[in-house]
Design a protein around this ligand. Structure first.
Ligand code: SAH
Length: 277
C-alpha cells in the first residue's frame, strides 16, 4: 500500500495557527466487515423542540439545502477515494450536519475535507479521517462506545448513529460543555459527555465494546485496553506529539491483544490532566 502525501490543510491550517491533522492511508482499513447496508443508521436528528437555551444551533432551518448538497458532494468524494467502503459510515457522514460543529459561518469550509480549528488549539478532524476511524471500529449498531477527545462532538454524533450508546470524554471543560449542549440540542440522545482525563478511562461505565481515541498518546494506555470487553476493538492514533504517528487497531483476544497498523496520521496530542489543562 503506497502512502499518498498527507492531506493536510497546509496553508489554511498554517494561517489559522492550529494543529494540522492529516493522513497517509492509501486504501483504508482492508478488513471491511461492516454490512453494506445497515438499517440502524438513523436520519439526522432534528433539534430538540423544547430546549430553551440561547444556543445558536437552535435557529430555524439549521440544515439548509445548500449544506446538505455540500455534504453529499463531500461524501461522494470520500467514497470515490476508496479509503472508506462502508455504506453505513458514509450514510452517517451524510446525515450529521458538520457545519453545526465547526463554529464556522462558511458552509464551504465546513464541507471541505479538512480539519478545522475549534479553539483551545484543538481541531475537528478531517472528514476522511473520521470516516476511516469509524469504519475501523466495525460497528454493528449494538455497541457501547467510549470516545476519548469529544472536541466539537462531531465524531460522537457520527458514532451515535452507528452504535447503541456513546460515552465521550473531554479534558478541556469549555469544549466538553459546549459539545454536550450542542449534542443535546441537536437530538443525539444516546451520547453522554464527561469532562475528565481519558488516560483514567471511565470505570463507572466500563467495559466498552469499542474505544476510539481522537487525540494521540505516545503509546496505547493500558487502562483503556483493560476497559475493553472480550473481542473489543480500540482504534487510536499513536505516536509523538509533533512527530510520526500511525493509526492502530487493537483487538482484545482471549489471552492477547492483536495489533494492526492502518496508516500514517497526524493528530493533536492526548494530554495527561496533570500536564496542566
Ligand atoms: N473528536 C473531536 C476532535 C478531537 S480533537 C471532534 O469530533 O470534534 C482532540 C480532543 O482531545 C481535543 O478536544 C482535546 O482537548 C482532547 N483531549 C486531549 N487530551 C485528552 C485527555 N487526556 N482526555 C480527554 N480528552 C483529551
Amino acid at each position: 500500500m503506497q502512502p499518498k502525501p498527507p492531506r493536510c490543510l497546509g496553508s489554511l491550517v498554517a494561517a489559522l495557527g492550529t494543529a494540522c491533522q492529516s493522513h497517509t492511508i492509501a486504501d483504508g482499513p482492508q478488513s471491511n466487515s461492516i454490512p453494506v447496508t445497515q438499517p440502524g443508521v438513523a436520519a439526522a436528528p432534528s433539534p430538540a423542540p423544547t430546549a430553551a437555551t440561547e444556543d445558536p444551533t437552535l435557529v430555524p432551518n439549521l440544515d439548509p439545502l445548500q449544506a446538505r448538497q455540500l455534504r453529499r458532494k463531500l461524501v461522494a468524494e470520500i467514497a470515490a477515494n476508496k479509503d472508506v467502503r462502508s455504506e453505513s459510515v458514509l450514510q452517517a457522514l451524510r446525515n450529521v450536519p458538520r457545519h453545526l460543529f465547526t463554529n464556522n459561518a462558511l458552509l464551504d469550509l465546513s464541507y471541505a475535507d479538512h480539519p478545522l480549528p475549534i479553539g483551545y488549539e484543538q481541531t475537528i478532524s478531517q472528514p476522511t479521517i473520521v470516516a476511516i476511524m469509524t469504519e475501523a471500529l466495525e460497528l454493528t449498531g449494538k455497541e457501547r462506545v467510549l470516545e476519548i477527545g469529544t472536541g466539537s462532538g462531531y465524531q460522537a454524533a457520527i458514532l451515535s448513529l452507528l452504535s447503541r450508546q456513546v460515552f465521550s470524554m473531554e479534558l478541556v471543560e469549555d469544549l466538553g460543555q459546549a459539545a454536550k449542549l450542542r449534542l443535546a440540542n441537536l437530538g443525539y440522545r444516546n451520547v453522554q459527555v464527561r469532562i475528565g482525563d481519558g488516560y483514567q478511562g471511565w470505570p463507572e461505565e466500563a467495559p466498552f465494546d469499542r474505544i476510539l481515541l481522537t487525540a494521540a498518546p505516545p503509546s496505547v494506555p493500558q487502562i483503556l485496553l483493560d476497559e475493553l470487553t472480550a473481542n473489543g476493538i480500540l482504534v487510536a492514533p499513536i505516536g509523538r506529539a509533533h512527530g510520526a504517528q500511525s493509526l492502530y487497531r487493537f483487538r482484545k483476544m482471549k489471552s492477547s491483544i492483536e495489533q494492526e497498523e492502518l496508516g500514517g496520521v497526524r493528530f493533536v496530542p492526548m494530554i495527561p490532566e496533570k500536564a496542566g489543562y
